[in-house]
Ligand binder design. Structure first.
Ligand code: 1GP
Length: 241
């Protein structure tokens, strides 16, 4: 079954833009889920991503179960580590941090994950994850011990994305980092999108409807927003259905 991926492909081809609300299990209290998810349900969000850089064992699964009680949107794991894998979700972005050169995040964690994934009914979506510097150190950078690609080095960003596609990855995710000062520049999104035949995800530092629209207009098929909702839930009012 590849329902989630097929839906992203179909949307990408028809120009329907997608939005994932990212929930960090480390920051979301179980008792707040109902209220938060009802706002997600009334918004234009099409997906819920769940994941964080540092999350204790079991926390993600408890959160996913609670989220799924209140929504029909697909819940997709965006895990910072193997312990965040839970077969209670619908799918998982199987991330390879291709901007970095740390073998653990290119293949090591993936090997560790297999025993959890092979008996699970999770849809596994191979995703090339590209971290781009935005002026401050991100938690991905700190945890993975990798360097992001300079935002001025557009050629390396494009070539990295294309290499991911040529390796058979199904999605490319351009990441400025959670709470980034600047989202990924429209120029970068545009140039990467032109090179790819697979769908493009963009996230990090998007805090307004205008920035969301810029990302879509530049070629993002799916945008991920987390911090803006964590900091100010009234942002949901700007993106109501
Ligand atoms: C982080 O791309 C996501 O991994 C979303 O970033 O929290 O800045 O929205 P924000």
């Amino acid at each position: 079954m590849s329902k989630i991926f097929q839906n992203i492909i179909t949307s990408s081809k028809s120009g329907k833009k997608l939005l994932a609300v990212l929930i960090d299990p480390d920051k979301m209290k179980i008792e707040s889920v109902l209220d938060f998810i009802s706002k997600v349900n009334q918004s234009i969000a099409t997906h819920i991503f769940v994941g964080g850089s540092e999350v204790d064992e079991g926390v993600t699964e408890t959160l996913v179960v609670e989220i799924k009680r209140h929504t029909d949107l697909p819940v997709v794991l965006f895990p910072g580590d193997v312990i965040q894998i839970s077969d209670k979700a619908d799918g998982i972005l199987f991330l390879s941090l291709i901007s970095g050169r740390n073998p653990e995040y290119l293949i090591g964690k993936h090997v560790e994950a297999v025993s959890k994934l092979k008996d699970a009914s999770l849809e596994v979506i191979p995703t090339g994850y590209i971290l781009i510097e935005n002026g401050k150190e991100t938690s991905v950078q700190r945890v993975s011990q990798t360097k992001p690609i300079s935002r001025n080095d557009i050629k390396t960003i494009i070539d990295t994305a294309k290499a991911g596609e040529l390796l058979g990855l199904q999605l490319i995710y351009l990441e400025a980092g959670s709470g980034a000062t600047h989202p990924i520049e429209p120029e970068i999104i545009k140039e990467v999108k032109q090179e790819l035949t697979i769908p493009l995800i963009v996230g990090g530092g998007i805090r307004s409807k205008a920035q969301l629209q810029f990302a879509y207009d530049s070629g993002a098929d799916l945008v991920v927003i987390g911090t803006a909702f964590e900091e100010n839930e009234s942002f949901f009012n700007e993106i109501k259905k």
